[in-house]
Design a protein around this ligand. Structure first.
Ligand code: NAD
Length: 420
């Protein structure tokens, strides 16, 4: 997928579209189309078997106009510079939509983490941290978890950065374990935000939540929490998948049992899970299932020009970043399918990461109730703003979200002035 579709093109198309509706001249927003800083590093490592492997890795800061760059670190075999650029830009616009005082950044290491031993993963994390340390920091650029990375990896990251500074710097990274400055509720914050978004969109469209059928692609951090929250809210999760396969059961899968199985071992995959009445499907079939809400929660470009016309769900909520290509977006719009965009739908993670950074910076701990209350309030406000601007301009929710985001980033950038 990564070769056929360049996700950074998706970002540029969305930015151009919003800028033209906002009436901006090219010179007013040209800088947004280029990341401020791109760092590429090579990480040589002695593996457990004595061989040396060299890993390619990146950190990209798309914009720091609204505050320090903020965005996760991805450990995945398909990571490449264009993908990291796109993910960094999406972070700038996501932070702007939910109005947290950050710009956007992202990092990635080209590696299949499941193939590494715990010791190798630890070592790779420390070497990556050291390699990008010159450009990160609590006031410069604050990483977090993304695909393939975990709270434990954030703990190693924080410890390495702290060692380089000579003292503990808890606010250099978010998504840490609770005992190391992590905030209650961060682990499932993105999924909780997706659940809030699903409720908001169904409510606006006057559709019932109880018993509504949902399919979720990807059962990692985001997909698992989304499945748990939505089934607890009374939705019927009829299909889920991971990289190995999909599972389908017409009267709803046993989500607690699936989550228990997946949490037992980070290498557990759905292909080895069994449940009476559940049948194995492939990831393509999952996307084309007849459901009320489809939630892609895996990787970019999953819904594209090759399969968009076979989507049957009337509503798609983008829990992953960039799961729908720009070509697919046009097809879905013509089919009357409502897409709630990633920069709104999956913003719960960065909102709670912001609370974690505030908690560490102030050295004052938040309760889980405070986190949940503030998250819901910020997600609801952002949803309402996006919904209203989209209706007022008769545009899609994606364009609505970019109208808000691009305006906020351009105003910040031009308010500072381009330094000449
Ligand atoms: P993760 O590594 O925890 O899980 C990824 C899941 O996707 C796994 O179940 C994996 O098996 C599955 N997967 C990978 N490739 C697949 C494929 N080709 N087909 C089907 N399934 C596949 O990652 P995550 O943190 O849950 O992130 C998922 C998405 O959500 C990514 O797009 C990420 O950028 C986005 N996101 C994550 C967060 C966060 O807080 N972790 C926040 C916002 C957005």
């Amino acid at each position: 997928m990564a070769e056929k579709y360049n996700p950074f093109d998706n970002v540029l198309a969305a930015v151009d579209n919003a800028a033209s509706i906002l009436g901006y001249k090219e010179k007013e927003y040209a800088a947004l189309k280029h990341p401020e800083r791109e760092l590429k590093v090579s990480i040589p490592m002695v593996m457990d078997d004595g061989n040396v492997r060299v890993f390619d890795a990146y950190r990209v800061q798309h914009s720091t106009s609204r505050g320090p760059a903020k965005g996760g670190i991805r450990f995945h075999q398909n990571v490449n510079q264009d993908e990291v650029k796109a993910l960094a830009a999406w972070m700038s616009f996501k932070c702007a939509v939910v109005n947290v005082p950050y710009g956007g950044g992202k990092g990635g290491v080209v590696v299949q983490p499941n193939e590494l031993s715990e010791h190798e993963l630890h070592e790779l994390t420390r070497k990556y941290t050291t390699a990008i340390a010159p450009i990160i920091g609590p006031e410069e650029d604050i990483p977090a978890p993304d695909v393939g990375t975990t709270p434990q990896i954030m703990a190693w990251f924080m410890d390495t950065y702290s060692s380089l500074q000579g003292h503990s710097v808890l606010n250099c990274v978010t998504g840490k374990p609770i005992g190391l400055g992590g905030i209650l509720g961060r682990g499932d914050a993105t999924g909780r935000g997706v659940m809030i978004t699903v409720k908001n969109i169904l409510n606006k469209m006057n559709k019932p939540l109880q018993g509504a059928k949902v399919a979720i692609q990807g059962m990692g951090n985001v997909g698992s929490a989304t499945a748990r929250f939505l089934s607890a809210e009374g939705m019927k999760v009829v299909a889920v998948s991971d990289v190995s396969c999909g599972l389908y059961k017409a009267d709803g899968l046993n989500i607690p049992a699936i989550l228990e199985y997946l949490s037992k071992d980070r290498k557990n995959l759905l292909k080895d899970y069994t449940e009476e009445g559940a049948k194995i499907i492939d990831n393509g079939e999952l996307l084309e299932t007849e459901v009320d809400v489809l939630i892609p929660a895996a990787m970019e470009n999953m819904i594209n020009e090759d399969n968009a016309d076979r989507i049957k769900a009337p509503v798609i909520v983008e829990a992953a970043n960039g799961p729908v290509t720009k070509e697919a977006d046009e097809i879905l719009e013509k089919m009357g399918i409502t897409v709630v965009p990633d920069i709104l739908a999956n913003a719960g993670g960065v909102v709670v990461s912001y609370f974690e950074w505030v908690q560490n910076t102030q050295a004052f701990c938040w309760t889980e109730d405070q986190v949940i209350y503030q998250l819901k309030s910020m997600m609801d406000d952002a949803f309402e703003s996006v919904w209203s601007i989209a209706k007022d301009n008769n545009v899609t929710l994606r364009t609505g979200a970019y109208l808000i985001a691009v305006k906020r980033v351009v105003e910040a950038q031009n308010g500072r002035g381009l330094y000449v």
